[in-house]
Design a protein around this ligand. Sequence first.
Ligand code: ADP
Ligand code: MG
Length: 244
Amino acid sequence: MQLQGLNKTFGSNRVLQDITVELPEKATTVIVGPSGSGKSTLLRSLNLLERPESGLYQVADLNIDFSKKISSKQVLDVRKKTGMVFQDYNLFPHKTVLQNVIEGPVQVLKQDKNAATKEAYELLDKVGLKEKADFYPDQLSGGQAQRVAIARSLAMHPEYILLDEPTSALDPELEAEVLKVLADLANEKQSLIIVTHNLFFARQIASKIVFVEDGQIIFDGSSQEFFDQRQGNPRIHDFISSMS
Ligand code: ADP
Ligand code: MG
């Protein structure tokens, strides 16, 4: 997918300024940057949860021009290509784990319920939670809930999965369970775009790192280049120091 010349303001606050970036398919892009720099706004724009005032967005065979009116069909189409996973999971509290995973495929994709259920069990197995299928969200740990949210996203077969600080609410050992699942998906070439403050994980998993500061992209390159610039680029240096 690609963004070209994206601008987003909240009042007089220019939150995204002329963002142009390629977010490659079948790869893992990690977005990093200080709090308030615009990372969530950028990620949410990819799912059309935010509407930039201008800019072009291409994902798969879809082309969005943010300066024009966006139809509800375009919104639906973009959301089928991009699944969002939130920091606080956003599971349906009154549905079981299994019901959470099959809801989208049955209601939105109109999949046959038996087929959706079969696949849901496979996905729950993949994230290590098959035995929790009949549990409710409040019976799960944070790490388990986030893995259900990832399975629910996978059930929709999006081209890209977008994850906004997926482990920020988790204790380290629960975080590790979720990072393991994400590393497995990255190895399977699932396209991922992850906002995270975990630079150790970013270094391990990222094919590409995008560093955002004050609504602008300050760095866009390989993980190795990013960490190599630790000496040369004072802003990257300061950011990495502040995180470790
Ligand atoms: P990050 O995810 O990097 O912490 P955000 O994208 O959440 O940054 O926010 C970027 C800037 O936009 C911040 O100054 C924030 O206060 C502002 N902002 C985000 N969402 C809104 C909103 N709904 N209304 C007004 N300002 C917002
Ligand atoms: Mg954020």
